[in-house]
Design a protein. Structure first.
Length: 67
């Protein structure tokens, strides 16, 4: 099963659309950061949240941003 699609990611908490960020390179599609249980890769991932309960999204290069 494909978990990350063109405009979002399927997670245990439902489908989460990518965060769209404007940059000098154009519009970036930032997928939600997820935690994957390595023992069961067929299971949908769990999205990551910051301490304030905001979703964390992955930026190009591996850093993240909350929204």
């Amino acid at each position: 099963m494909l978990k990350t699609e063109h405009f979002g990611t399927r997670t245990l908490q439902g489908w989460i659309p990518h965060l769209r960020r404007s940059s000098s390179y154009g519009t970036l599609q930032c997928p939600v950061r997820v935690e994957i249980d390595r023992r069961d890769t067929d299971q949908l991932p769990l999205p990551c949240y910051d301490r304030d309960g905001n979703l964390r999204y992955v930026l190009p290069g591996g850093s993240d941003v909350t929204a």
